[in-house]
Design a binder for this molecule. Structure first.
Ligand code: MSP
Length: 516
């Protein structure tokens, strides 16, 4: 059985999760579900990044300890994933022993093998903010933090450096030879542009006097590890490196790291060079998606437009039906459908409503209730007889949809799978309009009526299998309709429903969404 190991970034545990984090995790979860459906053995990892100055600062501001803060925030991420029907196989926290011990082991080895050196680091330091700023970030000699703006000081600090620069040549070569390594192409070109300039070494330590919330360097207790050097290693420590090498070798290299576009350099430059220093193979693909805006604007606390996914899914779908909630599937489906690969997208209430009504309420939901109602009315709620000859509609399912499914499920482009399924949903709805089963019933054309209904319910059954990665909770309701229909084995074959077996009605899958 092919294996598939995929990850999300580990999110900073300094603030509660929002739409952006939810999107990355939903995209990765959908890809994971697609691979499971295709028959792969999948390991899907997510987690939280819990060290460093950002966490320390946020804890100080809130008057809690870093430990209290990360425990609380990490718990919020975890429970949001449950609410959003995310089926991750593991959740790593960088403050866990399994991670810290592995990182210390790795650092000891890299240090012994000469990958690090100590040197003076000179830079612009802001004492109140307790951080260095790069030349590029500074405009006028003052701290770029808008809430600070105090004068910066030139400061020299001793630190440890990783010999990253020596990896430049082979990395460029690898990126050139493996177009699948960085996706989409726009990001790949960006990284190649970055690597056209000389690649420096990477500062991997922070003096304890400045940042104390981190993994101490095993070879120098005056320092903690730079948070990115610690965080990136989660992708291997979570699968057992370096203590459980059998498990590790089962899963590594990762097949896919899903990330947002702003952390491309850390994942496509730092990470591969770290792996090379450890003599480990590189991940197959790093997929960087775009950013979510809200009603066309950048999401920010000060604008007050940050979208809380838990709030969105708990909304009533329509004021007429307060007990029906938006729920995880609707939210997941909208995000996957709305963001073009690699580009930014804007979350708008209007599009949320129109996409839902068009694709879920009208196309899929309506099809289910129409067909199952007709089966009840014209076929006593039982699977009708199989047609002797397939219709053009059935042929489009057997010749276009079914053969495409295995390849699509492994393509890591959920929006393409969704588009193909919806196109066939449209065809099914048109097939009903053409055949007009209610007229066939009136005219007594029972054979054609049975054939039409058989093909429609058979299509619904296939839908309920193929839609699992995109509507993981609603498909349970869809599948209940076929619980006694005598189907077993690989669901992606035509003609599995046994004539005469009972079908159950599925209830209303998607209530139409009204204007709020
Ligand atoms: N802790 C680091 C990642 C370390 S991975 C070894 C980090 N954390 S983060 O909390 O800032 O999360 C960043 C990720 O969240 C982005 O890469 C992206 O996946 C997601 N998003 C955060 N805001 C986003 C949007 N507005 N839109 C889409 N996704 C964005 O960086």
């Amino acid at each position: 059985m092919p294996k598939f190991y995929l990850t999300t970034p580990i999110y900073y545990a300094n603030d509660v999760p929002h739409l952006g984090h939810a999107y990355t995790t939903i995209l990765a979860d959908t890809i994971a579900r697609q691979h499971r459906l295709a028959g792969d053995e999948v390991r899907f990892l997510t987690g939280t990044d819990e060290h460093g100055d950002k966490i320390e600062e946020a804890a100080r501001r809130q008057g809690v300890t870093p430990r209290q803060l990360v425990d609380a925030v990490s718990g919020k991420f975890r429970s949001l994933w449950t609410e959003l029907a995310v089926a991750n196989d593991d959740f790593i926290r960088t403050t866990e022993d399994r991670h810290k011990l592995a990182v210390r082991d790795i650092l000891t080895r890299l240090h012994k093998e000469g990958h690090f050196y100590k040197a003076a680091y000179e830079g612009w330091f802001c004492t109140p903010c307790e951080r260095f700023w790069t030349e590029k970030e500074i405009t006028d000699g003052n701290c770029p933090n808008p809430e600070c703006r105090r004068p910066l000081q030139k400061l020299v600090e001793e630190n440890y450096f990783f010999r990253m620069g020596r990896h430049q040549a082979w990395l460029v070569d690898h990126i050139r030879k493996h177009p699948e390594f960085i996706q989409p192409e726009l990001r790949r070109n960006e990284v190649l542009g970055f690597l056209a300039k000389p690649l420096g070494d990477l500062c991997i330590s922070r003096p304890k006097s400045r940042v104390s919330w981190g993994i101490p360097l095993p070879f120098d207790g005056e320092y903690v590890t730079y948070v990115w050097f610690d965080a990136l290693l989660n992708y291997i420590t979570a699968i057992g490196y370096p203590f459980e090498m059998r498990t590790f070798q089962r899963w590594w290299p990762a097949d896919l790291h899903v990330i947002g576009k702003e952390i491309v350099t850390t994942h496509c430059v730092y990470w591969p060079t770290m792996l090379a220093a450890l003599d480990l193979p590189l991940p197959r693909t790093i997929l960087a998606h775009g950013w979510w805006l809200v009603e066309g604007e950048k999401m920010s606390k000060s604008k007050g437009n940050v979208i809380d996914p838990a709030e969105v899914i708990a909304r009533p779908i329509d004021s007429m039906m307060p007990e029906r909630r938006v729920g995880p599937d609707t939210f997941r489906f909208y995000l996957l459908r709305e963001m073009p690969p690699g580009q930014d997208a804007s979350f708008t209430q209007e599009r949320f409503r129109t996409t839902y009504n068009a694709d879920l309420a009208n196309n899929i939901g309506n099809l289910f209730s129409r067909v199952l109602t007709m089966v009840e009315k014209y076929a006593s709620g039982k699977v009708p007889a199989r047609p002797a000859e397939p219709s053009a509609f059935a042929r489009s399912v057997t010749e276009e949809l079914l053969p495409a499914i295995p390849g699509l499920l492994r393509k890591d482009r959920p929006e393409e799978t969704i588009a193909l399924i919806l196109a066939h949903g449209d065809r099914a709805n048109r097939f009903i309009e053409e055949r007009k089963p209610w007229e066939l019933a009136k005219k007594g054309e029972t054979a054609l009526l049975a054939e039409t209904l058989y093909e429609l319910v058979e299509f619904l059954r296939i839908l309920s299998a193929t839609l699992e990665p995109f509507l993981p909770t609603t498909v349970q309701q869809m599948r209940a309709a076929f619980a006694e229909a005598g189907v077993s084995g690989n669901p992606f074959r035509w003609g599995l429903l046994e004539p005469g077996r009972p079908l159950r009605k599925a209830g209303i899958l998607f209530v139409k969404m009204g204007v709020r």
